[in-house]
Write a protein that binds this ligand. Structure first.
Ligand code: BJW
Ligand code: ZN
Length: 261
């Protein structure tokens, strides 16, 4: 295992297919809380306990209050140095003539902050899309508050317990909307998993950025790439996982240095 930037620069140069697996730590320096650890609480609830369909069915108001709050927060935040490094690196790769390398950003994040990237795969959905529980219609929606009923609930320390009629409703069938994100025990979109599989099957260098690596299927990607002979580089403030390269520190500092952008 190496912590040497020059050795990493060599690996970056010789890799043909480079991919990332990003997690909440990528957006931490933008001021967006992570899922686990200190940032992983909202009111008196653990974020991981709210990210389930059963929690939504039990109390849709609580879960919408949580997501409405997060949407409001993310709308105030901007890309940090690590997000920018990914964009600059992608531009560098795309400007190669002839194109000798590929670069794909796979992210677990739902904040959409990196959505200006061209080769970008969001595996857990997006905070700014809704899906109808009744007719399945999916819409983009960046309104804050997302509906009149949720206005101001982001400042409350307690659950407001709105009736269903006050929660976001489908414009097509008036059914209850949910955030179009992937909750625990839900299947990822098969179109997304097949795109990811293509990348993992050719990846010779995987950058694992700001993820705790607890949540499957993402948690299995490093070992998969490694088992095919690919190299792994971890960027995290903590010493996590097995890797060929580890850059421990805030990824806003380590990533630009590693990617030389
Ligand atoms: C920094 C930093 C800085 C901070 N710089 N670093 C196999 C075995 C066991 C269980 C399962 C299994 N396969 C599937 C499961 C069940 C489940 C699962 O994995 N459970 C585990 C907890 C064990 N997986 C699923 O249910 C998935 N579905 C699935 O696999 O379907 C098939 C199936 C179902 C059931 C059984 C078997 C198969 C779906 C997972 C969906 C996850 N959804 C969420 C919520 C999304 C919506 C929302 O945001 O509200 O996705 S949960 C949450 O965790 C969110 C995140 O994307 C995800 C990962 O978290 P992440 O990004 O790693 O964040 P943190 O907070 O954990 O870590 C932050 C890291 O950053 C830390 O390491 C910090 O140190 C670091 N850091 N500042 C660098 N400045
Ligand atoms: Zn509908």
């Amino acid at each position: 295992m190496s912590t040497n930037y020059e050795a990493f620069h060599q690996a970056l140069k010789s890799a043909k297919h480079i991919a990332t697996l990003c997690g909440a730590g990528l957006s931490a320096e933008s001021g967006i809380p992570t899922f686990r650890g200190e940032g992983g609480w909202w009111r008196n609830y653990k974020a991981t306990e709210l990210a389930t369909l059963s929690a939504f069915k039990r109390n849709p108001s609580r879960i919408w209050e949580f997501y409405n709050y997060r949407r409001g927060l993310v709308l105030q935040k901007t890309a940090n140095k690590a997000h920018k490094a990914l964009v600059d690196f992608e531009n560098k790769i795309l400007s190669q003539k002839p194109q000798t390398q590929t670069f794909t950003v796979i992210t677990q994040n739902v904040d959409g902050i990196s959505s200006n990237l061209k080769n970008y795969i969001e595996m857990h959905g997006n905070l700014f899309r809704t899906r109808c529980m009744q007719c399945g219609d999916i819409e983009e929606n960046r309104d804050f508050p997302i509906c009149e009923g949720l206005k101001g609930t982001e400042n409350s320390k307690f659950d407001i317990d709105l009736p269903i009629e006050k929660l976001p409703a489908c414009t097509k069938c008036k059914g209850l909307l949910r955030p179009d994100v992937v909750w625990f025990n839900e299947l990822l979109d098969p179109k997304i998993t097949s795109k990811i599989q293509v990348e993992l099957d050719r990846c010779d260098l995987l950058l694992v950025i700001g993820t705790s690596g607890f949540v499957y299927p993402a948690a299995g990607y490093s070992e998969y790439v490694r088992s095919r002979g690919g190299k792994i580089a971890i960027f995290n403030i903590e010493n996590t996982g097995n890797a060929d390269f580890k850059f421990i520190g805030p990824c806003g500092e380590t990533l630009p240095q590693a990617l030389q952008v």
